[in-house]
Design a protein around this ligand. Structure first.
Ligand code: GDP
Length: 451
């Protein structure tokens, strides 16, 4: 049996009302001890009662008490919520009385944790509760409420059902290998279903990565040799002179940052120091910094000078960014073209100059297209919402891809089945099936007390 927990659920400060929440089998008994009014053990579920909270003979507050009986409550346990007058002293006193009468102070997120452990919500829904509390923008709020309603859980469960279906097909093949015809038919079916699952899971992951962008913006860096026009491009994007533009090589030594918005999505841009081999210690630090920034950027703008042939440094930058989400900006196209453009045919290219804002507009359009930004408002907001969910989905995708590879290479079905099971298990972990206690404890620690 769970003990009965209590906590202040509203933020502690001066306000019209505060809510002290109690959950557990003893909730009603404990509140009854300090409540003067109706006998709460005799009232119907989901009713509100006026009365007084008393410490022996002393009246602490006039309150409204909500009684919600198991199982249709937030935690699925009996819950009593005491609506008292706001203010630190009164609220603390009510809580203190509950604690001296048998309740235990709830840990952070313990009400939601109970809701999860008691099977009312799954892990994605629990996480969404926290996201909703912490949401600052309309988009974040929409994402969170969708997940509380279980849209993501439903999607993950569908993936799992399809994989279970596959596994059972495979079991048939292993158990009845003599049905040769069935095996051929089934292997084909398995391949098709795996392909479909891969496609859909990939889509969900990609959309979810984009969703991170809704929340945090696109971390963008501009890289290139000195003097190719990086600061000018940044200035045009920012439409004001934050970066100092000069034609002395290596002027933009340190890092210049700025924010612009495309379709309401922030583009957090960093202009890095010119990348080149140099003896200058200050610039060298900048160069190393810019190369290290390539790693965790969402978008890299590689700037080249159309008026010069590709240099060794240009090629080095191109090599380092070739597998990243990047746009190669061939700048200074108002001058004679000398660059070996055919070498860049596999890249996302924009040819432009900074003398007008035309180039800036085509760059913005390109970014919009690459990140699907113009469709963001029409999306249905069912996404994986955090790194935990995303990494499990990626693991699951990897196993599915592995299984497809093995199907095509005619591996035995029991080997293929192992990959599918691993995909299935990792999907389960997203919604909290087969969770480890450590993960659960960690997750709920980020909540506030009283939630
Ligand atoms: P950075 O060192 O890469 O940041 O380059 P800057 O933005 O400081 O530009 C270096 C020089 O190139 C400056 O004199 C700019 O005016 C000039 N420049 C930048 N963009 C263009 C362009 O599109 N065409 C021409 N002709 N000059 C440009």
């Amino acid at each position: 049996m769970n003990d009965t927990i209590a906590a202040i659920s509203t933020s502690l400060g001066v306000g019209a009302i505060s809510i002290v929440r109690v959950s557990g089998e003893q909730s009603i008994k404990i509140v009854n001890k300090i409540f003067e009014g109706t006998d709460l053990s005799k009232v119907q579920s989901h009713t509100i009662h006026y009365g007084k909270i008393k410490d022996k003979d002393e009246v602490i507050d006039e309150v409204l008490v909500s009684v919600m009986l198991s199982p249709k409550t937030y935690t699925t346990e009996d819950i009593v919520e005491i609506n008292c007058h706001g203010g630190i002293s009164t609220t603390n006193k009510v809580l203190e009385l509950l604690l001296t009468n048998g309740a235990r102070l709830a840990e952070k997120g313990e009400f939601t944790k109970r809701s999860f452990l008691n099977g009312r919500i799954d892990l994605t829904q629990s996480e969404a509760v926290m996201d909703l509390i912490q949401s600052k923008t309309n988009n974040e709020r929409k994402l969170a409420i969708n997940n509380i309603e279980g849209r993501l859980s439903k999607l993950i469960k569908e993936f799992r059902e399809n994989i279970t279906d596959l596994i059972s097909h495979i079991e048939v093949n292993i158990d009845y290998p003599e049905y040769y015809d069935i095996e051929i038919m089934t292997t084909e079916k398995i391949r098709e279903i795996v392909k479909k699952q891969i496609k859909e899971l990939k889509y969900l992951i990609k959309e979810s990565e984009n969703k991170e962008i809704i929340k945090t913006g696109i971390k963008t860096i501009i890289v290139g040799r000195p003097n190719v026009g990086k600061s000018s491009i940044l200035n045009n994007l920012l439409e004001y002179d934050k970066a100092i533009v000069t034609d002395v090589e290596g002027t933009t030594r340190d890092i210049v940052e700025g924010n612009i918005y495309i379709e309401g999505i922030p583009l957090n841009i960093i202009d890095t120091a010119g990348i080149r081999q140099t003896e200058d210690i200050v610039e060298r630090i900048g160069v190393e910094k810019s190369l290290s920034l390539i790693e965790d950027a969402d978008l890299i703008l590689v700037v080249l000078n159309s008026n010069e042939k590709l240099t060794k440094t240009d090629r080095e930058i191109l090599e380092k960014t070739k597998d990243k989400t990047s746009i190669v900006i061939i700048n200074k196209n108002d001058l004679e073209a000398k660059i070996e453009i055919e070498e860049l045919k596999d890249r996302n290219i924009i040819t432009t100059n900074t003398t007008s804002l035309k180039g800036t507009n085509s760059l913005k359009e390109k970014i919009k297209e690459m990140f699907n930004l113009d469709k963001i408002e029409t999306k249905d907001y069912t996404y994986l919402t955090n790194a935990r969910q995303l990494s499990l989905a990626r693991l699951s995708l990897k196993s599915l891809e592995e299984s497809l590879k093995r199907i095509e290479e005619n591996y035995p079905l029991d080997i293929i089945e192992l990959d599918l099971k691993s995909a299935f298990d990792n999907l389960g972990k997203i919604i909290g099936i087969d969770y480890s206690d450590e993960i659960i404890d960690n997750l709920f620690k980020n909540f506030c007390v009283g939630k």
